[in-house]
Design a protein around this ligand. Sequence first.
Ligand code: ADP
Ligand code: MG
Length: 289
Amino acid sequence: MAIDFRNELNPQQQAGVFATEGAVLVLAGAGSGKTRMLTYKIAYLIEEGGIAPHSILAVTFTNKAANEMRERIKFLLNSSISVKWLGTFHSICGKILRIDGDKIGIPSDYLIYDAEDSRSLVREIIIDLGHDIKTIAPKKVANAISRLKRKLISPDEFSNAAKNTAEKLVSDIYRRYDELLRRAKAVDFDDMISLVVKLLGTNEAVMKKYSEKFQYILVDEFQDTNESQFAFLRHLTAVHKNITVVGDDDQSIYSWRGAQVKNILEFPKIFPDCKIIKLEKNYRSTGHI
Ligand SMILES: Nc1ncnc2c1ncn2[C@@H]1O[C@H](COP(=O)(O)OP(=O)(O)O)[C@@H](O)[C@H]1O
Ligand SMILES: [Mg+2]
């Protein structure tokens, strides 16, 4: 049985769903049906558009959200169809890295260092370099490295731009840290994104393969994406340019998230023909939670 889009979505949500081609930016507060719109859009692409599920890339912020979306799509389509490339940035980039990471020296059986692994590696390096971890806090340095990776700044670039001895030291630790990670056949969480950005940016064949493959790209919680994640998405739109992102434009959230609003402001600049849709109705303030 076909999905009754006109009864199950409000007019703005329908506009978001039916705008399949090109770039679409959907803005609304929490509880306005952004995730629902995105879920129905995937179902619409498959059911009405005849798009192969494996040609769709859908990014959610948590694994739980990905599972819920996957189940919901199955339910809507009344089928066991699975959208293979539906997941978090980490799960999707991790998968690409397993398949094609060898082109940039990452073996397919690479290990993943979590935040604690990263911190203890940084701690060892600080001690090895003859510093005191009471004055050079491993956690702070690990956070600084993480921030640099999310901004796609390499140890060399940071070293060249270092303004003082503290920054110079961070760049030394950062370089050593990456060397030791690679030697351990490991990547950290930030690498999973930034290495794929590097892979897509330097290997034309791989870039072509994925940007041709993903005909439609959909992103939930776009306001929470960082620079490396947006760079990843931009690479993948090189061929088809069909990208729908939904984001929370709650101003009070912006004020403390600071930098994160950047990608929402940037989106219409990167995709000048993008449609901007605002969802007006809120389903949480009126109904039960
Ligand atoms: N058009 C609609 N009709 C009925 N319920 C809706 C509609 N749009 C959203 N909802 C419901 O409202 C709640 C919030 O929707 P959700 O998509 O999670 O919002 P958001 O992602 O913007 O926070 C969910 O329970 C969802 O099913
Ligand atoms: Mg949501």
